[in-house]
Every structure is written in structure tokens, then in C-alpha cells.
Write a protein that binds this ligand. Structure first.
Ligand SMILES: [Zn+2]
Ligand SMILES: [Zn+2]
Length: 261
């Protein structure tokens, strides 16, 4: 069994064939999925998907790209309200993206802080998106030492990985791990302790090799997990079991449910 710890099942790329996609994932042993919120206006869409499928959970949060629209004093309260839904198991994705800077830095930092605050109050882990913002990301996290969570779709440098681990965070690897140029990332994967690793697709984006360039989907978690097993010199079932246990250890509100199709 594997968990796709980060996908976006409400995105338009999946609107025509979601049941098929969930079935394909299930057939390959990916039973649990976490579909991640990027705009609060879509939180109810995600909750509807999670209500339809027993084995799919969801989060509440604002992507750093969208923070300009949401960073205001009431954001934390809104997150807390939306997180009352029984299938909401995490807060995010939130964080800082200075590569695209689609929203002003100030609004990204404000939004990130309110998410961290909400996550502590709710005792739910935070799902962190960070790109080209290592220093500020770590500084924000240090202000909220009680928070816990995961650096999703990790693509940073070894130093960031070490700092994240030191602060107690998990690190999630996506299809990027399989890309030819990701040599440094593969070296990072070798030193991240086995009990801190998650796997994800971030679908519909970033399809792993051999599907690179196509639409990504939860079934493709297998490719990232296969490579990780190789890097960690473990059998595939061993790697799958460890990352699955890690997911349930971090996302304590989630439960092991059977896929009902
Ligand atoms: Zn992200
Ligand atoms: Zn994402």
C-alpha cells in the first residue's frame, strides 16, 4: 500500500475522469490520497470529493501564489472554520514562493504565519510549499516551534533539508526525484531518515519519468516510490510500508479506509 500525500484532484485536468483515476491508483496499491487546497474558495469542492471517497482526505489552505487575495486579519479564523470538516486532516498548502513571486512577499509571509498559527490551534500538520525562499521559510517556522508538518515536493538544497529535519519536519518527494538533472535531490533522499519520508505526485503537475510531460495522476506515485526504494537500498514493500506509516504518524486525523469503488 502507498499513499499519495499531495495531489490536486479538483483541478480541471481531472474533471472528466476522476473515478477512473482513483480506480487506476487503487489497482496499483495507492489506497490513500490527500487532495490539497490552494484557494479557500475551492475548499468545499475538495470536501465534496473527500466525502465521496472514503480513502481520500483533504486540506484547507491558500497557496503562496494566491496569498495576495487572502492575506488579511480574518484568514486564520476562516481556515479554522473550514477545517472543522471531518475529512480535513492538514493545513495548506502554504509557504513561500520567491521563484514566481505571483503574490507580494509580505502577503506570503502574513498568510504563512496565519496558517502556522491555525495549524497549532487545530493540532493539524502544515503542508509547506517553498521555492527560492529557504531563509524566510526557516525563520517563519522558528517563530512557531509547536507546529509540525511536511515540506512537500521537496526540491531545495541539502542545507534546507537538514534544517527542516532538525525542526522535526517530514520531507516529501515527488516525481522530480526521477528527473535526469535531479542528482542533488537523489543525494538528499539518501540521507533523509526513513521515518521522515513521504511520497506524493503533486498531480496533475510534474509527472515522473516515464510519463514526464504528460498529465500526472496519483497512480504514478509508484515511480517515485520505486526509485526511492532503490536509493535507500530497500525492497519496494518495505519502502511503501515505511512511507505509509509516516503519513499516518504525521496526519493523525487520517485513518486507514478501504477504497469503495
Ligand atoms: Zn506546492
Ligand atoms: Zn500542490
Amino acid at each position: 500500500m502507498l499513499v499519495d500525500s499531495h495531489c490536486h484532484l479538483n483541478f480541471p485536468e481531472f474533471s472528466n475522469d476522476l473515478p477512473d483515476i482513483i480506480k487506476r491508483a487503487h489497482n496499483l496499491g495507492i489506497e490513500t490520497m490527500l487532495t490539497v487546497n490552494t484557494r479557500l474558495s475551492e475548499a468545499h469542492e475538495l470536501q465534496k470529493i473527500a466525502d465521496t471517497y472514503d480513502n481520500i482526505f483533504c486540506s484547507v489552505g491558500v497557496h503562496p501564489h494566491e496569498s495576495a487575495d487572502y492575506a488579511k486579519p480574518g484568514l486564520k479564523a476562516e481556515i479554522i472554520k473550514l477545517a472543522q470538516h471531518p475529512k480535513v486532516i492538514g493545513i495548506g498548502e502554504t509557504g513561500l514562493d520567491y521563484f514566481y513571486n505571483n503574490s507580494p512577499k509580505g502577503s506570503q509571509i502574513d498568510s504563512f504565519g496565519q496558517h502556522l498559527d491555525a495549524s497549532i490551534q487545530l493540532s493539524l500538520p502544515v503542508i509547506i510549499h517553498t521555492r527560492d525562499a529557504d531563509e524566510d521559510t526557516i525563520a517563519c517556522l522558528k517563530k512557531y516551534p509547536a507546529a509540525k508538518g511536511v515540506f512537500h515536493c521537496f526540491s531545495g538544497a541539502a542545507d534546507l533539508a537538514r534544517q527542516a529535519l532538525e525542526l522535526g519536519y517530514y520531507i516529501s518527494f515527488s516525481g522530480i526525484l526521477t528527473f535526469k538533472k535531479a542528482e542533488e535531490l537523489r543525494e538528499i533522499a539518501k540521507f533523509v531518515p526513513l521515518d521522515r519520508i513521504l511520497v506524493e505526485t503533486d498531480s496533475p503537475f510534474l509527472a515522473p519519468i516515464p510519463h514526464r510531460g504528460k498529465r500526472n495522476e496519483p497512480a504514478f506515485t509508484v515511480h517515485t516510490a520505486e526509485l526511492l526504494a532503490e536509493l535507500k537500498e530497500l525492497s519496494f514493500p518495505h519502502l511503501a510500508e515505511a512511507t505509509t506509516n509516516n503519513f499516518f504518524n504525521l496526519f493523525t486525523k487520517a485513518y486507514r479506509a478501504k477504497c469503495v469503488l
